[in-house]
Design a protein around this ligand. Structure first.
Ligand code: FEO
Length: 394
């Protein structure tokens, strides 16, 4: 594998994993992902910033010989998760003189997860600098995007920042520079939803720091490099904003179409009021589509059939996912249909309690919706309209 030049003496040593179909066993990937590793060659010392997912360790280690890299002095670990740190032990074996450089929290993770000896780790503090000769690395400890151990590494003389998982995307590429296409935006948004959205408040803090830096390039640890940082920073400013869009998410599961008919009706009524909605089939849908929609929607109305006196498991799964991804939605409600009885909504409402949502009165019907139920759906559309208007979304 040939390393690619980002600029003089800064090389891309990462790899594509085009076969990867799902990340964290949770969100399906459209294009696989890349694990980015960067080589910074100073006049005195050479550093590697982040390494490789364990599956590719052998190929990664071999690539240093293939590119005539005979000396590594520092291995910078921006984060302890193994898709970036997994090849550190093998890299230390190949370059025994190398020292791992990281922060205190990450050092502990590396010791416990990869059994890296303490004496092989140099612990740095926030804003500490490390000289490579004519290049200087400056460390910005940035807990919360997305682990407590995360840090960024700034290559001072080149005005380049390596942001680890932050500002990344699950995306593969031959050209290392971001194409700024809709396709990349979708991948980056889905990645944000799954990995960063639960920490949107923290993201905002680091976005401001990176903006202030006015870096020439952003080098994330997944996905292509941003030669135009404004592109990804502007997207993140929108995604991390606390204000939802005039959009209603309608996830549903329906055993005999009674629930789906109500969801379809509500969608039409919302549209008549100028409120777009996204329907999402919780059984057959792609979870990535729901994750993306969760970044924007101000309101979620979930429809579910009753199964064995409670919500359908697919509905419960979606509610749980929303509760941990912490989307910016402010309003929620439920629609449901049952055959013989049970408690459809209370457990789901409890699960969402941490999000402090404004819950609109749910609608529950036995079997098919009747004229009175359609009136209730009309009222629900009216209420959502009023609330969106009060929030300044319409
Ligand atoms: Fe890409 Fe948190 O690892």
């Amino acid at each position: 594998m040939k390393f690619k030049t980002i600029k003089e003496n800064i090389l891309y040593a990462g790899m594509n994993d085009e076969d990867r179909l799902i990340f964290d066993e949770l969100i399906p990937l459209d294009h696989g992902t890349s694990y980015n590793s960067y080589l910074v060659i100073g006049s005195d010392k050479t550093a590697v910033i982040d390494t490789m997912y364990p599956k590719f360790t052998q190929e990664y280690i071999k690539s240093f010989d293939e590119n005539n890299i005979t000396k590594i002095d520092y291995i910078i670990a921006n984060h302890g998760e193994q898709d970036h740190s997994g090849s550190i032990p093998a890299l230390l074996e190949k370059f025994p003189q190398a020292i791992v450089v990281t922060n205190q929290v990450c050092a502990k993770n590396l010791q416990e997860m990869l059994l890296i000896p303490q004496e092989k780790i140099k612990i740095i503090s926030n804003h500490e600098e490390l000289s490579l000769g004519n290049k200087t690395l400056k460390f910005m400890i940035s807990p919360g995007v997305h682990w407590p151990d995360t840090m960024f590494t700034y290559i001072k003389e080149d005005n380049i920042i390596c942001t680890c998982d932050f500002l990344g995307a699950h995306y593969i590429f031959d050209n290392i520079f971001a194409p700024e296409t809709e396709d990349l935006e979708r991948s980056a948004k889905k990645y944000y939803a799954e990995i960063m959205m639960p920490f949107s408040f923290v993201c905002r803090k680091y976005l401001a720091q990176i903006e202030e830096l006015n870096a020439d390039m952003i080098l994330p640890s997944h996905g292509p490099i941003h030669k135009n940082p404004k592109y990804i920073l502007d997207l993140y400013k929108d995604w991390t904003s606390d204000k939802g869009k005039n959009l209603v998410l309608l996830p549903y599961v329906s055993m005999y179409d009674s629930t789906k008919e109500m969801i379809d009706y509500l969608s039409v009524k919302l549209k008549e009021k100028g409120i777009p909605s996204i329907k999402y089939d919780m059984v057959d849908g792609n979870l990535g589509d729901l994750a993306i929609a969760l970044v924007d929607g101000n309101t979620i109305v979930l429809g579910t059939s009753m199964v064995l006196a409670g919500p359908h498991p697919a509905a419960f799964n979606t509610v749980y996912l929303a509760s941990i991804l912490r989307p910016k939605a402010k309003i929620a409600s439920f629609i449901g249909s049952y055959g013989w009885g049970g408690d459809l909504f209370s457990k789901m409402t409890d699960l969402l309690s941490g999000l402090k949502l404004d819950i609109i009165e749910p609608i529950l019907v036995k079997g098919k919706a009747k004229p009175d139920d359609y009136l209730k759906l009309n009222n629900m559309a009216d209420t959502i309209y009023q609330k969106h208007k009060e929030l300044g979304l319409i």
